[in-house]
Design a protein around this ligand. Structure first.
Ligand code: NAD
Length: 252
């Protein structure tokens, strides 16, 4: 199938859908200047991974984790939503977006205008840090100011516990309540639109599969092949910012 034919077939599926659930990965934010994990120059090429076990057990691990966080934060904070995020907002405005499930931690879907209660963040958010003991939260701006002021691995000012960016690290338990809500939305939709995810990070990547098995149509928009391509009704390989606005267009 030609690229144009794939876009047209996906566009028809979107036009026919009434209950769309979006599923997004790092690829939707690369056009906002936030690198993904697996493309060349992505996050993994630049940093050593500090997993959850290392974070909770080693001060050196926490210092390294916060060093990476503080270095990445200004670009994350200043990033602006792009045409891909706007396309999901358009679906919401059309009254057809039941939920937006994201692996992303950048908060750009909410910044684009989607109501926070429609966005399920499976891997948490980088916009805040939380205390692992009492749950108190502070903004990442505040945490990074404290690092600049000399605290290498800041601690909770309420209880002295470990402060950690409110993202889910490797080895850390998933937020199962959010996962459950996402799964329920996936089971109820008539179209799952999976965008910018390599669909290999589990258990998040099983969400589009849940939707497909529950009878929804599945569209995958991604530059590279994914393991779920063979079960999709349409696979569009292209740049998200160019493709997604086409898919949600109502005319023609
Ligand atoms: P990934 O890096 O594994 O895959 C991203 C996919 O997006 C790739 O297959 C790539 O081909 C595609 N892609 C990148 N830019 C694209 C574009 N402009 N148009 C079309 N396709 C494009 O990302 P993932 O599947 O989300 O898994 C990585 C994990 O890392 C996520 O679970 C997430 O928590 C985290 N992460 C998040 C961010 C963020 O919040 N923006 C950034 C990096 C990593």
């Amino acid at each position: 199938m030609s690229a144009d034919a794939a876009v047209e077939s996906a566009r028809r599926l979107v036009a026919a859908a009434e209950h769309v659930v979006g599923f997004t990965g790092a690829g939707i934010s690369t056009e906002s200047g936030i690198p993904d994990f697996r493309s060349p120059g992505g996050v993994w090429a630049e940093n050593r991974i500090v997993d959850y076990q290392e974070f909770v057990s080693s001060e050196a691990g926490r210092i390294e984790y916060w060093r990476q966080k503080a270095a990445a934060w200004p670009a994350m904070r200043d990033a602006q939503p792009n045409a891909g995020h706007a396309a999901f907002l358009e679906l919401h405005r059309q009254g057809r977006l039941d939920a937006l499930i994201t692996q992303n931690i950048d908060g750009l879907h909410q910044r684009s205008g989607l109501p926070a209660e429609r966005v399920f963040e499976l891997h948490g958010t980088t916009t805040e840090a939380g205390c692992l003991t009492c749950g108190d939260r502070i903004t990442s701006d505040e945490a990074c100011r404290r690092i600049e002021a000399g605290e290498q691995a800041p601690r909770c000012r309420e209880c002295g516990g470990l402060l950690k960016p409110a993202t889910i690290s490797f080895g850390q338990a998933m937020p199962w309540d959010v996962m459950e809500q996402a799964q329920t939305a996936a089971e109820a939709c008539d179209l799952m639109l999976a965008v910018g995810s390599s669909l290999v990070v589990e258990p998040a990547a099983s969400i589009p599969r849940v939707a497909r098995f529950a009878g929804a149509r599945l569209i995958i928009v991604n530059r590279d092949p994914t393991p779920l391509d063979r079960m999709a009704d349409a696979v569009v390989r292209g740049e998200i910012g160019a493709v997604l606005p086409e898919l949600v267009r109502r005319d023609g």
